[in-house]
Design a protein around this ligand. Structure first.
Ligand code: IPM
Ligand code: MG
Length: 364
């Protein structure tokens, strides 16, 4: 297969971790007979500095025409002024919105070799494997009104958690489709005891459930879910939730896997069904970690695993996706660690070395 990717390294450690994912894709391509064409473009602070916008029209157009997009991370102290007209994060949000990437999949998988890498007890995290489906183009991030204004009594600001029933139905459907292929249990996370948008969410979830009689639907309040993630993560399998809730809960959940540097994500423009290829953008859930930038320190595994998700969801290359995931597992089992997952007796390696080790296995 010949595959055209737009690559958006972004800021901070973004370029370093993306380079390793590209290396792994090339290695897998050589082994299984696929060739990748990588079109590198700017996003985030890098784009603001060079092009005056967080993502240019030209870049958005190229992404639309590509088979998939690989992204690193955006942001940094240089562009952090709260009064700035344009922020690096705007680039990411524009990509998600303009490319219609409403379904954000964030799997939380605990590799056996890393059960000691977390602050939680090994018996709590061992065998944990669940997946968050985060709504990505609506909710509190995008709802209108969204503004700040001046009154005689002082400054005011508003953000709105807004959803149409169609937006809720399509994301809940993603949850059901995934649940159907896993343990047939879906947890819908909301705040229906307080929020009107959550009450609509819950009602629509129950309506969509009629199409999936083989899957059990459970509703969980977001605060209770935050607790459950730490208390008994083994209980969780597929969860679906609002944009902001998903943002917060997945940072929390990443600690179970040992580090933010371990969590990949796929942002899809359609409902993943077996064998169907869906346009998507793939990125680690972590940020640009400016303090680690340029030091060959960052953990590239989240980005490499995001590339594996690309092979799976955008190209239906399941065998190749598994080869990458297996390579990550093997390298961890052999004791190699970046600084963020380092523990006594293990071999500390940098970003490049970790990428080389995984690429060699995945392509070997
Ligand atoms: C994420 C990030 C982004 C988000 C930021 C960088 C805008 O935290 O992908 O989780 O809030 O969605
Ligand atoms: Mg986040």
């Amino acid at each position: 297969m010949k595959l055209n990717l737009v690559v958006l390294p972004g800021d901070g450690v973004g370029p370093e971790v993306v380079a390793e994912a590209v290396k792994v894709l090339e290695a897998v391509g050589r082994k299984y007979g696929h060739s990748f064409n990588f079109d590198h473009r700017l996003v985030g602070g890098a784009a603001i500095d060079a092009e005056g916008v967080a993502v240019s029209e030209e870049t958005l157009e190229r992404c639309k025409k590509a088979d998939a997009v690989l992204l690193g991370a955006v942001g940094g102290p240089k562009w952090d002024d709260p009064l700035a007209k344009v922020r690096p994060e705007d680039g990411l949000l524009a990509l998600r919105k303009h490319l219609g990437l409403f379904a954000n999949l964030r799997p939380v998988h605990v590799y056996p070799a890393l059960v000691d890498a977390t602050n939680l007890k090994p018996e709590v995290v061992r065998d944990v494997d669940f997946i968050f489906v985060r709504e990505l183009t609506g909710g509190l991030y995008f709802g209108k009104p969204k503004k700040r204004w001046q009154t005689k009594q002082g400054r005011r600001a508003v953000d709105s958690m807004f959803y149409t029933e169609q937006e809720i139905a399509r994301i809940v459907r993603v949850g059901f489709e995934l649940a159907r292929r896993r343990k047939k249990q879906l947890i819908s996370v909301d705040k229906a005891n307080v929020l009107e948008s959550s009450r609509l969410w819950r009602q629509v979830a129950m309506e969509v459930a009629r199409d999936y009689p083989d899957v059990t639907l459970e509703h969980m309040l977001v605060d209770a879910c935050a607790m459950r993630i730490i208390q008994n993560p083994k209980y969780l399998d597929v969860l679906v939730t609002e944009n902001t809730f998903g943002d917060i809960l997945t940072d929390e959940a990443s600690m179970i896997a040992g580090s933010m540097g371990m969590l990949p994500s796929a942002s899809l423009a359609g409902v993943p069904e077996q064998g169907r290829r869906i346009f998507g953008l793939y990125e680690p859930i972590h940020g640009s970690a400016p303090r680690r930038a340029g030091l060959n320190m960052a953990n590239p595994i989240a980005t490499i695993l995001s590339a594996a998700m690309m092979l799976r969801y955008s190209f239906s290359l399941e065998k190749e996706a598994r080869a990458v995931e297996k390579a990550v597992e093997d390298v961890l089992n052999e004791g190699y660690r970046t600084y963020d997952i380092m523990s006594e007796g293990k071999t500390k390696v940098g970003t490049k070395e970790m990428g080389d080790l995984i690429a060699r296995k995945a392509g070997g």
